[in-house]
Design a protein around this ligand. Structure first.
Ligand SMILES: Nc1ncnc2c1ncn2[C@@H]1O[C@H](COP(=O)(O)OP(=O)(O)OP(=O)(O)O)[C@@H](O)[C@H]1O
Length: 245
């Protein structure tokens, strides 16, 4: 288990690294010198107040946004096209095709030239959508749509999985199912980068917690160290407002 200092010193053997990222559309410096080093596996949470820059950070790490300055690297090298292809993202609002449940997963599999009905059905079973293949995705409940979005992400067998508040509007059973799947992915060696406002979820799942404030990481430590003794003023204020401290 890494301690606080070693997370900050992880750069040399990091899996996913962001170094001194800046993102300032217009005149607002939304991401302002953000540095984050993550191992190449495990579950790592970004937490912080509304508007801190957590979603932007995920988008920059995933390559959906291009930083104005700074670099995102995978195992020390500039992110290649094949590195990007091995990444998937689950958004807070599920992004689905107006097609059937099965067609949503098949679309991803075909794009990877790996159409496989057995694998697709196994994925749908894994997310609790067994037997729903022919149902239009738009008629699924919000929680079911989110689980289908996760199945689509898992269809590419991601090396890195980014998740932006994936359980924010889900009932406890759906949320727990998604948490169980993330634990399975960790077991398989996937790197999961999870934005959450649910500190209970971060405590249950995360190997490390990075605290985002005003476009920067102000603290990054093991989950235990973070919740036991947060060192930054910003994280202490956030946690004491939640009455966690
Ligand atoms: N394309 C953009 N142009 C201008 N401002 C933006 C853009 N995208 C995001 N922002 C602003 O950047 C700030 C950070 O946004 P971001 O979505 O990353 O916050 P967050 O930490 O994920 O917040 P929340 O917890 O509310 O989801 C917010 O003030 C947001 O309004």
């Amino acid at each position: 288990m890494r301690d606080t200092a070693s997370y900050l010193e992880l750069e040399a053997d990091a899996g996913l690294s962001a170094t001194d990222l800046h993102y300032a559309p217009g005149r607002s410096r939304l991401i302002d010198g953000l540095t984050l080093h993550l191992p190449d596996s495990g579950i790592h949470c970004l937490i912080g107040p509304n508007g801190a820059g957590k979603s932007l950070t995920l988008r920059l790490l995933h390559g959906l946004l291009t930083p104005d300055a700074g670099a995102v690297r995978w195992r020390g090298d500039t992110m290649s096209a094949s590195d990007r292809v091995a990444q998937a993202m689950v958004f807070q609002k599920p992004v689905l095709l107006r097609r059937s449940v099965a067609a949503n997963v098949d679309f991803v599999l075909k794009s990877r030239r790996s159409a496989d009905p057995t694998f697709r059905d196994a994925l749908l079973k894994r997310v609790g959508l067994e037997g729903r293949n022919r149902q239009p995705a738009r008629l699924l409940s919000g929680g079911e749509q989110q689980r289908l979005a996760l199945a689509r992400a898992l269809a590419i067998r991601p090396r890195v999985l980014f998740l932006d508040e994936p359980t924010a509007s889900l009932d406890p059973n759906s949320a727990r199912l998604i948490e169980e799947i993330l634990c399975e992915e960790r077991h398989h060696g996937t790197l999961c980068v999870l934005v959450t406002h649910d500190v209970g979820q971060a405590r249950r799942l995360a190997d490390s917690v990075a605290f985002v404030s005003v476009g920067r990481i102000v603290e990054h430590s093991t989950t235990d160290a973070f919740f036991r003794a947060p060192v930054s003023r910003e994280a202490r204020a956030y946690l004491s407002n939640l009455m966690v401290l």
